[in-house]
Write a protein of this length. Structure first.
Length: 305
């Protein structure tokens, strides 16, 4: 049985972690009417339609399309890729809600680096976008996930692993808090359907475990049955390598704007550690099941996708 009021989902065609598509599938499994805001029709929107989602064309940078997408909506999921433009997107969303004369409860998928003093420009922008949404008086639950996605490893390092058996970045020996993309999606499901599990309006869900990239390389060595090692490089060098990777990334996961953000985050973690320690039990409480470890992620075959 499908519920009457649609839940608006943005970012469902995003490729980073597959969180949005996972959210749509889970909401459909729970019997909810899901309306997806997408910029164009594609194989990804076709797959979402096959799940029973309603796909409407629109853009967070086109206020008029957001107004129409909000029709009848009482809950919404708002996210934005690691790229420039999140502040005007948030402004358009807030203005569209005012124009539509509605007040949907909005779950924002954010990130731990959302802070006015973070060295990443994208982290600062994300914080300001969320400030704007709060100034607009929206009913918000902001999920500042304080962990890196497992999916970052193949997105950023698969080529160097495949060609040279090496992971190269500027995290150094620091332990990083990690979360699986599907577990992040499950956080969004819980935030929409079980808000009593969260303290708001801003909360900091933790990762499931802490691993250095040397430990990540050791797990890959064991599970892939071939040697993978970690090689530390400077932030400037890694930034250049990410920009180069973005020019040939056929999957569209990596973009040039991510380079500065990811390198800044890595350098911050290498100097100060993760902003919040991983806590598998706390994460399990929020998502209602045991979270996925990195080793389980690799064993599932998802790493190879």
């Amino acid at each position: 049985m499908t519920t009457a009021a649609p839940i608006l989902v943005t970012g469902a065609t995003g490729r980073h972690g597959g969180t949005g598509a996972y959210l749509v599938r889970r909401l459909r499994e729970e019997g909810h009417h899901v309306r997806v805001l997408a910029r164009t029709h594609s194989e990804r929107t076709t797959a979402l339609t096959a799940l029973g989602a309603e796909v409407v064309l629109g853009d967070l940078h086109d206020r008029r399309t957001i107004v129409s997408a909000l029709d009848g909506v009482k809950q919404a999921y708002l996210t934005y890729p690691i790229d420039a433009g999140v502040i005007p997107a948030a402004a358009n969303y807030a203005a569209a809600i005012r124009e539509a004369g509605t007040s949907p409860r909005t779950v924002v998928m954010s990130m731990g680096p959302a802070h006015p003093g973070h060295p990443s420009d994208r982290g600062q922008d994300q914080w300001l976008a969320e400030e704007l949404l709060q100034w607009a008086g929206l009913d918000l639950l902001v999920l500042r996930v304080a962990a890196a996605f497992h999916e970052n490893i193949p997105a950023l390092h698969r080529r160097s692993i495949d060609e040279h058996g090496v992971i190269r970045n500027c995290f150094g020996d620091a332990a990083v808090a990690w979360i699986n993309g599907r577990d992040a999606g499950e956080l969004a499901v819980a935030a929409l359907l079980h808000p009593d599990r969260f303290t708001g309006p801003i909360c900091y869900p933790t990762g499931a475990e802490e691993l250095s990239h040397t430990e990540i390389a050791a797990i890959l060595t064991e599970e892939l049955r071939r040697l993978v090692r970690f090689e530390p490089i400077s932030a400037d060098q890694w930034r250049r390598e990410i920009v180069e990777l973005s020019t040939t990334d056929s999957d569209g996961v990596v973009n040039p704007d991510m380079a500065g953000h990811i390198a800044a985050v890595a350098l911050q973690v290498s100097r100060h550690g993760s902003s919040r320690p991983a806590d598998a039990d706390a994460l399990a409480h929020l998502i209602g099941r045991s979270p996925t470890s990195f080793r389980e992620y690799v064993r599932s075959g998802s790493y190879a996708l």
